[in-house]
Design a protein around this ligand. Structure first.
Ligand SMILES: [Zn+2]
Length: 328
């Protein structure tokens, strides 16, 4: 069995991307990035790895050569050929303007920028970004101080790997904006001052300008980037509609696409249908690849990691797709 699996992967890896495109019947697929930067900021460092400008350029050259890169308008009018690809960016970081837009302009590639609405104008940290900053600070803090700061949350008395335990505790905080702020205070980090100094997210006027750019569509990406698997259907519905309405009020776009924060786990097809019927301005749900039966969702895969070159990801995802279908 193991031998066949190894052979299966070996042979499929040898196939050119062209074969994957022929075998994959999906008309439209997508990819997403968060930000592109030569130096990873502290608020990202402990969450995921990102590509540098040169690596992003390489991805775009590959995509241009192998796919029809379509805009949101092409998607709405369904005017696209098979084997189309839609490029998207999540969360709403300032690098969309400073790093990404100039490169998209250079290649004349359209994209959707999905914005988490509570971050607009740097009103607050996305809680995961703040957690990444706290983990950086943990590295520089001595163990006795950590023991005292985290005594209310963790039993560190006989812990031999205090930094690791504290970092694990922090990275596992979910759907909570208050606790990271409370811990930042205990650690002596003025998070609101830091937010105003770094201004990691886009401002409202920048989003207005982007929405008028011929290559860019602005979409919604939830209000606070909470994990939907911990919310009930009513809360999910409210979050999707609220964030789309905020984006529409800022951009005046007739239609607003939506991308799920994390993934579309726990979101039913019926709920999405209901949202679309009741809110005709919401059009197009973008999710993760691992949602095979959900035909309401356009599948996207992550292109953030420097090792995730587009060709490699397409092969990996294609293999997973067939593997699940064949059920070895
Ligand atoms: Zn996101």
């Amino acid at each position: 069995m193991y031998f066949y699996l190894v052979m299966w992967h070996y042979l499929l890896n040898k196939l050119p991307v062209r074969f994957y495109k022929i075998a994959d019947r999906r008309k439209l697929i997508g990819g997403y990035y968060h930000l592109i930067a030569d130096d990873t900021p502290d608020y990202i460092k402990n969450l995921y790895q990102i590509k540098k400008g040169s690596e992003f350029q390489r991805d775009l050259s590959f995509l241009k050569k192998n796919y029809h890169l379509i805009s949101y308008d092409n998607f709405l009018t369904q005017k696209f050929r098979n084997q189309s690809f839609i490029l998207t960016f999540d969360d709403g970081f300032k690098e969309l303007i400073t790093q990404i837009l100039p490169i998209l302009e250079q290649h004349q590639i359209p994209a959707i920028f999905f914005i988490t609405t509570s971050l607009i104008d740097n009103k607050e940290w996305m809680y995961k970004n703040l957690l990444s900053i706290l983990i950086e600070k943990v590295r520089l803090t001595d163990e006795a101080t950590l023991k005292s700061i985290f005594k209310d949350f963790l039993d560190l008395k006989s812990d031999s790997e205090i930094r690791k335990t504290v970092s694990n505790f922090l990275i596992n905080i979910t759907n909570d904006t208050n606790l990271p702020r409370e811990i930042a205070k205990k650690m002596g980090i003025d998070e609101s001052q830091l937010l105003q100094t770094l201004k990691p997210y886009l401002a409202k006027d920048e989003i207005v300008a982007l929405s008028k750019h011929p290559l860019i569509t602005v979409g919604a990406h939830s209000t606070q980037h909470f994990h939907y698997k911990f919310l009930d259907q009513k809360e999910i519905k409210e979050d999707i509609i609220t964030s789309c309405k905020i984006i529409q009020s800022i951009t005046n776009q007739p239609k607003v696409p939506f991308a799920f924060p994390h993934n579309s786990e726990n979101v039913s097809r019926d709920l999405l249908r209901e949202i679309e019927l009741e809110n005709p301005e919401i059009k197009g749900f973008f999710g993760e690849f691992n949602f095979e039966k959900q035909d309401m969702v356009i599948k996207r895969f992550s292109l953030d990691h420097p090792q995730n070159e587009v060709g490699i990801v397409i092969k990996r995802e294609g293999k997973n797709h067939w593997y699940r279908k064949l059920k070895f």
